[in-house]
Design a binder for this molecule. Structure first.
Ligand code: NAD
Length: 347
C-alpha cells in the first residue's frame, strides 16, 4: 500500500501514528492543513474493523475540519485524531495521558477535543499532560446550544432564499432527532412560529416535544415523506440517500447532523430536484466556533462566540447565491469557497 496514493490522502501536512504498549494506546493524529492556524478537531474512540478503516476515517475527518473551520471564519486549520479499539475495555486514565503526550509532541500544531465515545472528563485527563485541548468543562461549555443557534439561522436563511419569507411563521419543519441540538432547535423554531413534525427513537423526547411545542409525532421512517417545507436531519449521518430522496416533499434540507449526504453525487441529485441542500458543515459549525474561542490567545468570550455563530446566516446566503448564479450544487460551491479561503490564508 502506498500511503500517498490513498484515495483519502489529500496532501495532509502531517499524519502521526502513536502507540503505547503499556496502556494499549493505538492512535492516529492527522493534521490536514494549517494555512489558517493550528489544526483543531475532536478525537474519536472507535473499534474500527481494521487499521486501514481508522486511517481512512481520520484522513477524511481532518480534511472536513479544514473546510468547516475555514467556512466558519476561524483562524484554525483542520485536524482530527482517532484512538483505535473498544472504548468499553480500553479506556483508562493512563491511556488518555499517553494520548496527551502524543498531542503534546506535535507542539501546538493540533488541538484536540472530545468526539464520539470521549467525554469532557476524558479530555480533562488528556489536559493533565498537554495544554493543546479545547472544549473543557468550566471553559466554553456545552457546544450544543451554539450548534442549535447556527442551525436555526441556517434554516431562516434557506427559507428566505427558497421561499422568499422573512420569518418562520407557519413554515413546516420535520425534525429528525430531538437530542442536545434537535431539542434546542425545536424550541427556537416553535418560538419563531414554525409548525413542527418530529421523530426520535426516544419516546420521552417525543412526548416532551408534543407537549411543549405542539409538535406532531411521526414514525421513524415516516419523517421523510411529510408534507413540509424543511426536512431537518438532526440525528444520524447519511440520511439523505437514494431511498429517502425519492420520498422527500420538502424543498429545503437544513439540519445539524454531520455527513448528511450518503454519497457526494446526492448533492447534484438534490439540485436536479430543486431541493435546496444547506451544506452540513456550514450550518452546523456553531459548536466548533464556540470551542475555537477557547484556543484563541484572547480569553473565551460568549458574546464573541454568538456573534461569530450569527455570521452563518450570511455565509449560507453567499453559498446559495453563488450556487444559483453558477448553476451548481450547494455542496460543491461551499467546498469551492472554503478552498479559496484556505488558499488566501496560505498566501
Ligand atoms: P444527541 O446524541 O444528543 O442526539 C441525537 C438524537 O437522535 C437523540 O435524541 C437520539 O435518540 C436520536 N436518534 C438516534 N437515532 C435516531 C433515528 N434513527 N431516528 C430518529 N432519531 C434518532 O446528538 P446531538 O449532539 O444533538 O447531535 C445531533 C447530530 O448533530 C449528530 O449527527 C452530531 O454529529 C451533529 N452535530 C452536533 C454538534 C453538537 O454541538 N452537539 C455539532 C455539530 C454536529
Amino acid at each position: 500500500m502506498s500511503f500517498f496514493d490513498l484515495v483519502d490522502f489529500d496532501d495532509h501536512e502531517q499524519v502521526v501514528f502513536c502507540s503505547d504498549k503499556e496502556t494499549g494506546l493505538k492512535a492516529i493524529i492527522a493534521v490536514h492543513n494549517t494555512a489558517l492556524g493550528p489544526a483543531a478537531g475532536g478525537c474519536r474512540f472507535w473499534d474500527y474493523a481494521n487499521d486501514e478503516a481508522a486511517l481512512t476515517d481520520v484522513l477524511r475527518l481532518s480534511r472536513g475540519m479544514t473546510y468547516k473551520n475555514a467556512m466558519a471564519g476561524l483562524k484554525l486549520g483542520g485536524g482530527k485524531a482517532v484512538i483505535i479499539g473498544d472504548p468499553k475495555t480500553l479506556k483508562s486514565p493512563e491511556l488518555f495521558k499517553a494520548f496527551g503526550k502524543a498531542v503534546n509532541n506535535i507542539a501546538g500544531r493540533y488541538y484536540t477535543a472530545e468526539d464520539v465515545n470521549i467525554t469532557t472528563s476524558d479530555m480533562a485527563t488528556v489536559n493533565q499532560v498537554t495544554d493543546y485541548v479545547a472544549g473543557l468543562d468550566g471553559k466554553s461549555g456545552n457546544p450544543a446550544p451554539f450548534t442549535a443557534l447556527g442551525t436555526f439561522l441556517g434554516i431562516k436563511a434557506a427559507v428566505k432564499f427558497k421561499l422568499g419569507k422573512d420569518d418562520l411563521t407557519g413554515v413546516k419543519v420535520a425534525v429528525q432527532g430531538l437530542g442536545s441540538v434537535g431539542y434546542d432547535l425545536c424550541k427556537k423554531l416553535h418560538a419563531a412560529g414554525a409548525e413542527l413534525v418530529v421523530t426520535d427513537i426516544n419516546p420521552m423526547a417525543l412526548e416532551k416535544a408534543a407537549a411543549e411545542f405542539n409538535a406532531t409525532v411521526v414514525g421513524l421512517d415516516d419523517i421523510y415523506s411529510q408534507d413540509v417545507d424543511v426536512y431537518s436531519p438532526c440525528a444520524l449521518g447519511a440520511s439523505i440517500n437514494d431511498g429517502t430522496i425519492s420520498q422527500l416533499k420538502a424543498s429545503i434540507i437544513a439540519g445539524c447532523a454531520n455527513n448528511q449526504l450518503a454519497e457526494a453525487r446526492h448533492d447534484q441529485i438534490l439540485k436536479d430536484k430543486s431541493i435546496l441542500y444547506v451544506p452540513d458543515y456550514v450550518i452546523n459549525a456553531g459548536g466548533i466556533i464556540n470551542v475555537a474561542l477557547e484556543i484563541y490567545p484572547e480569553p473565551y468570550c460568549e458574546k464573541q462566540a454568538t456573534k461569530l455563530v450569527e455570521r452563518i446566516y450570511d455565509t449560507l446566503m453567499n453559498v446559495f447565491e453563488k450556487a444559483k448564479a453558477e448553476d451548481k450544487p450547494t455542496g460543491i460551491v461551499a467546498d469551492e469557497i472554503a478552498r479559496a479561503i484556505i488558499a488566501k490564508g496560505r498566501n
